[in-house]
Design a binder for this molecule. Sequence first.
Ligand SMILES: Cc1ncc(C[n+]2csc(CCOP(=O)(O)OP(=O)(O)O)c2C)c(N)n1
Ligand code: SF4
Ligand SMILES: [Mg+2]
Length: 363
Amino acid sequence: MTYEVVRHNLPLFDEEGRSAATDDDAGRDRHYLPDLPEEDPYAAGHRTCAGCGPAIQYRWVLKAAGEDSVLAGPTGCMYVANSTYLCTPYTVPWAHTPIASGGSFTSGMAAGYEAMIRKGRYPGPYPNIIVMAGDGSASDIGLGPMSGALYRNHDALFICYDNECYANTGIQTSPTTPYAGMTTFTPFGKAIPEGKKLPPKNLAKMMAEGHPHCYVATTTVGYPVDLMNKTRKGLNHVGAAFLHCYTPCQKGWVYQTSMTVEIGRRVVEAGLFPVWEYDPENREYRYFHPPVQRPVTDYLAMQGRFGHMLPEHIAHLQRGANQNWQDIGMDVPAHLRAGEDPAHHKRLAEETYSMPLNRGVGA
Ligand SMILES: Cc1ncc(C[n+]2csc(CCOP(=O)(O)OP(=O)(O)O)c2C)c(N)n1
Ligand code: SF4
Ligand SMILES: [Mg+2]
């Protein structure tokens, strides 16, 4: 006898109602101030750094997913820092996987639950199956298995928490480390004054273009309701879904601890991390148009990892940001266009910017 596989359908949070309730003339609260669910499957008492972006992401994702969730965590900060001395903050089943195997392990969980329910060996409903892999895992060491899982369309949510470095082993560069981002493997010096020379890998677009049957989206910890809604949409999608979430790393990026969420918005407002969602049914992208457009210096100056940047490096990043604005269908204001010229800039450490009290050390 074959049993039916019954799936959850999680309701979305109401963004519009909340934005109307907040009186922010710049509209920056559009995705902010959510009424969070009471349940907390990522409980207090974890051991990540204060202000850790990935920990904030874990908490909101699990609040959105709820208690009927099973998780996998490939090696990285969110495994090592969270599961020392046989203690974890997870109140739901959670398993560590080798760094390369997040995709294959999660495929196995999804196939296993589906088979057990069909055979009547597990009562169901089908749980929310989630893997949260770091950028080193999802975009580099474990990219193949992750892509394989999406290609085979296993019914699970595959998340990359992107702190733009191999954080747990001492802040080494990863494929998503941005141009000029200093890491222990991309120090700046006389030969390479910008630190990192390569642009970041566009992981989310790779996943969407390469697996057009999957739900794919980008988001940041700057937009909690957006993050939680995309978590729920990814879980509601029957088949594989991929979420790329930008998550600042306080230790590796050297910024003031309380600024994690602010940086998560500024990266979008500076045009450096477009927020979008890919709809597999109509094969189209929907881009979020932020109500504020900032010069890249408003973002860079908050972080010590960019403190060495020279005028030509800032101009180079502004050119990339302006290209992003155009790609998502927004105009480039004149002052941002002017920022493409190195003569418009000073060294980053000497540039004025909009939040001087929260300057990153050395920036
Ligand atoms: C095959 C393999 N290579 C290297 C390592 C060492 N290692 C452990 S954690 C880690 C960093 C992972 O980076 P990321 O996936 O971005 O997660 P983060 O630490 O940033 O949270 C590395 C390289 C490993 N565990 N396995
Ligand atoms: S090093 Fe970065 S990612 Fe790791 S726990 Fe600290 S803040 Fe979080
Ligand atoms: Mg990382």
